[in-house]
Design a protein around this ligand. Structure first.
Ligand code: FE
Length: 136
């Protein structure tokens, strides 16, 4: 696992788009079906939009119908952290990036039964897809 990175709120604001800042740093949620990667199918690695840490592979992405990019596994358990989130009268597992602390989304246990049975429900704005075809 890479060393933690910390930035001031001013630095994050300068680095991120307003939507990325609202979601990653203020635990916001993008509107369903509005995100860039809801229907993305390209092969590649989804990295954290805040710090670049690899989070998900396209092979574990599936169409959950929720309106948010959904994955049934992470690349490495150490790359995310889970936190109990009791906001909005619900008990949910919040998923954050272990490197920058950015809010990614939530984890549910209604994923595909033939896989892990997990559903990582992740905001597109928290992710950046690095396509396998991109050699850089
Ligand atoms: Fe990060």
């Amino acid at each position: 696992m890479a060393a933690r990175i910390t930035r001031s709120e001013e630095e994050w604001r300068a680095e991120l788009t307003p939507e990325q800042y609202r979601i990653l740093r203020q635990k916001g949620t993008e509107r369903p079906f509005s995100g860039e990667y809801v229907h993305a199918k390209a092969d590649g690695t989804y990295v954290c939009a805040g710090c670049g840490q690899p989070l998900f592979r396209s092979e574990t992405k599936y169409d959950s119908g929720s309106g948010w990019p959904s994955f049934w596994d992470v690349i490495d358990q150490g790359n995310v952290e889970l936190h109990l989130d009791t906001s909005y009268g619900m008990r949910r597992s919040e998923v954050t990036c272990s490197r920058c602390g950015g809010h990614l989304g939530h984890l549910f246990d209604d994923g595909p039964q033939e896989t892990t049975g997990l559903r990582y429900c992740i905001n597109s704005a928290s992710l950046r897809l690095k396509p396998d075809s991109d050699q850089s």
